[in-house]
Design a protein around this ligand. Sequence first.
Ligand code: DX5
Ligand code: ZN
Length: 228
Amino acid sequence: MIRIAPSILSCRFAELGTEVRTVDEAGAEWIHVDVMDGHFVPNITIGPLIADAVRGVTSRTVDVHLMIKDPDRYIPDFARAGADVITVHAEATVHLHRTLGLIRELGKRAGVALNPSTPLSAIEDVFDEIDLIVIMSVNPGFGGQAFIRGSVDKVSRARAMIEAHRSGQIDLEVDGGVSAKTAPALAAAGATVLVAGSAIFGHPAGAAAGVDAIRSSIEGIHWHRSGT
Ligand code: DX5
Ligand code: ZN
């Protein structure tokens, strides 16, 4: 089953509670919270206070995506704010194994995100410490960027890695440029969580219609292990 994760980066922040409730009621299973520090990525966005505010209005999975350098400094704050999943970038921490251990010690699910230029081999040796792999299909930093086509193949290869490790419980998320147009190929490639910001909160008929559009685009599409 594929989960849809609206990214609040593209919502109307003055109406944050309403926006989150809208996508929650539309059936989005995860709420994606993009944290940027102006160092790892050029943009600055939100901190633990906003994650806490999101937590206060939904019982859906709160999926915190840390695009910050040295994430260990802030992981406890986001855990306290009520995140369910905390994702760090493999490029942003020197001791990735330790960082993932810290997230799990705090009782949270540990994610690793890979920039478009980072090979999957970056996570090969920490597979047992991971609950979620995030394939970035744009260079992180901003919403509304164009989907990088080669990401579909990377998702297929990540799916093959998960199967090879018999780690079927690891989620495979795709983040950046996901829309009703790009979602079907990602679902077929084996993604289990689709993040979408502008395609949902920027949908001309409203955010609920944005969730519905992505949901309908992947209806009936399932990943199949090759040869079966
Ligand atoms: C990009 C963020 C994404 C972003 C996606 O740096 O990590 O989560 O909000 O936005 P869209 O779906 O508009 O590409
Ligand atoms: Zn994100």
